[in-house]
Each structure stands twice: as C-alpha cells, then as structure tokens.
Design a protein around this ligand. Structure first.
Ligand SMILES: NC(=O)C1=CN([C@@H]2O[C@H](COP(=O)(O)OP(=O)(O)OC[C@H]3O[C@@H](n4cnc5c(N)ncnc54)[C@H](O)[C@@H]3O)[C@@H](O)[C@H]2O)C=CC1
Ligand SMILES: O=C(O)C(=O)Cc1ccc(O)cc1
Length: 293
C-alpha cells in the first residue's frame, strides 16, 4: 500500500501537474494539494475544479512542510523554481517533475538541489495534449499511459519506489531509462513531430491562398496539425533543451523529404510506391500493436 502524501505542492498548476493531482486525489493518496502559479485566474479555476485545495504565488512559502513537490512548468522555468525552493524543503521531501526533456532537468537538480538529490526523481508522463492550463486537467489522463522515470545515481530506491507507486496509482505504466536515451527517443517520436507540424502549418500560412486552403482542409490535415496548436513556451523550452538530438533527427527528416522530392521529380512510380509502402506498413503495425496494449 502506497504511503499517503499529506502535502503535495504543484509548482505550475497546469494540464500535467493538475491531472497528477486529480488522479492522486481520486486514489485517496493525497490529503492537501497546494498549487503554485503566476496566473491568478488559472489558480482560481484550479480551486473551482478541485484540482488544488490552496493557491499560492510564493514557491518558497508553499513548499514548507511539503512531502512531495511536483514541478509542472515548462522546463525552462524549472531551474529558477528549484533555486527558490531549495532552502525551504524538509529533509524528507521528495521532488519530482513532469518535464518533457530529462538531461537538462537532471542537470538542474544537481545544480540547484545538491543536498536533496537522494529524494529527487526526474520523470516524464507520455500523455498530454495540445491543451494547457488547470482547466485542461483530467482525472484519467494517465490511465494506461507510459511514464518514464530517469533516476539520478543518488536517487534512493525508496524515493524512486514512492514516485513509481504514485504514477501506478494514476493508472500509468512506469519505465526507467537513462536521461540521454530518453532525450534521444523523445526527440524522434515527440519533439521532432511537433516541430514538423509547426513547420508544415507555417508553410501553409505562407501560401498566397492560405485562407482558401485552410477552408477546405479535411481530417488528414486535422490529424497531422493538431499538435501544432500546442503551447509555444513549452515547445520553445523543449527545443532548446534537447537541441542536439532534435537537430540530428530534423536533419534526417530533411534527408527523407529530399529523397521524396527526388522520386517525385523523377516521376518514379515504383520507387514512390515502395517509399510510401514502407511508412504505411510500419504505421499500421505500430497502430495494431498499440491497440492491443
Ligand atoms: N502538454 C503535454 O502534453 C505534456 C507536457 N509535459 C511537460 O509538462 C510540463 C507542463 O506542461 P503542461 O502542464 O502542458 O503546461 P501548462 O501550460 O498546462 O501548465 C504549466 C503551468 O505553469 C505555470 N508557470 C509557468 N512558469 C511558471 C513559474 N515560473 N512559476 C509558477 N508557475 C509557472 C503556467 O502559468 C501554467 O499554468 C512541461 O515541462 C512539459 O514539457 C509532459 C508531458 C506532456
Ligand atoms: O498532444 C499530444 O498528442 C502529445 O504528444 C502530448 C505530449 C506532449 C509532450 C510530451 O512530452 C508528451 C506528450
């Protein structure tokens, strides 16, 4: 039986932290949730939706007496928040996060929370959406979804086990990975797809008749560009934090696009079929595998 958390503090009260809070509240694993944020309207909404019990604009004060702190801001904000809370954490307090990149966040734990490292558990839920803010938080966001934890060498087995059990109580399936591997994997299957979707959307906007094009766009366009509606600050921070893996995979995408351009210019029907077939088969197989999991 997972030990209940008396006081959980969310630093950043949005989709990811808010959904974590709702799931833990439903599992009766948390007694009081304090939500820290900069936007008063968002915090008021978080209280109305019972995502949090208490709102605060002061991270240092909020974390006093906390058993668990969850960093749920864009990754570029996490260092400054860690610096603010460091002198105010109880020795037993566990600190974790939901950031989409992990090498940078692991470095921030080392830089700003050197005395707390045994209790620091970097994490990343592979669930979310293009929506943001406390009003987007939902109870079931993590149900059946993967969560990757990238423990530090200093992270104790006890801290790791607690965070693992909390995510499992949210319905998630928990994996462990080193931060370098994590950032390489998610550059390929999350970060670059988002950037390609932004680039594609901008290419449509650059056309003289973009309004007409958008007017006639159908479901394929809708599916391909949904993630282009994601939060700009969050994606700026991810892109800058995981620069080298993202650049390598973006360049590989350019190579693929150039290969496609060559085949189209050559009018090479057989090679074009083979090119599309490879992607189509792989996507169908992935979809079937995932629907069985
Ligand atoms: N949106 C998604 O689908 C996923 C996001 N993530 C990661 O989770 C983290 C949070 O993302 P979301 O919940 O989607 O974002 P969100 O925009 O819904 O929530 C972030 C909240 O943090 C607040 N905030 C920003 N800077 C702050 C600061 N310095 N102090 C206090 N509050 C601050 C914002 O006002 C906002 O309410 C990010 O690091 C992101 O990379 C991870 C998995 C999925
Ligand atoms: O909107 C979607 O489908 C996503 O892909 C959400 C998402 C965004 C960032 C992450 O680090 C993980 C998941």
């Amino acid at each position: 039986m997972t030990q209940a958390i008396r006081k959980l503090v969310l630093l950043g009260t949005g989709l990811i932290a808010g959904s974590f809070s709702l799931a833990l509240k439903r599992a009766r694993l948390v007694q009081e949730v304090v939500g820290v944020g900069r936007n008063a309207a968002n915090l008021t909404r978080a209280i109305e939706l019972r995502v949090i019990d208490v709102a605060s604009h002061d991270p240092a004060q909020a974390v006093q007496g906390a058993d668990l702190v969850f960093l749920g801001t864009p990754v570029g904000q996490m260092g400054a928040l860690m610096a603010q809370i460091a002198p105010h954490l109880s020795a037993h307090c566990i600190v974790t996060d939901g950031g989409s990149t992990k090498q940078d966040v692991c470095d921030l734990y080392r830089q700003y929370l050197p005395l707390q490292l045994s209790n620091c558990v970097p994490g990343h839920p592979i669930a979310g959406s293009d929506l943001s803010g406390a009003s987007a938080a939902t109870y079931g966001l993590y149900e059946g979804r993967r969560v990757v934890l990238t423990p530090l060498p200093e992270t104790t087995a006890q801290s790791l086990a607690l965070v693992r059990e909390l995510w499992q109580a949210c319905g998630a399936i928990v994996y462990e990975m080193d931060a370098l591997t994590h950032d390489g994997v998610f550059a390929a299957v999350s970060h670059v797809p988002h950037l390609v979707s932004f680039a594609y959307m901008n290419a449509v906007l650059a056309k003289d008749n973009s309004a007409q094009c958008l007017d006639f766009a159908g479901t394929g366009f809708r599916d391909f560009t949904r993630i282009a509606g994601s939060h700009p600050d969050m994606w700026r921070d991810i892109t800058l934090a995981n620069q080298s893996a993202i650049l390598a995979d973006l360049k590989s995408n350019v190579t693929q696009l150039q290969a496609l351009i060559d085949l189209i210019e050559q009018g090479n029907a057989n090679e074009l079929t083979a090119y599309i077939n490879q992607a189509s088969q792989a996507r169908s197989a992935w979809g079937k595998k995932r629907s069985n999991q």
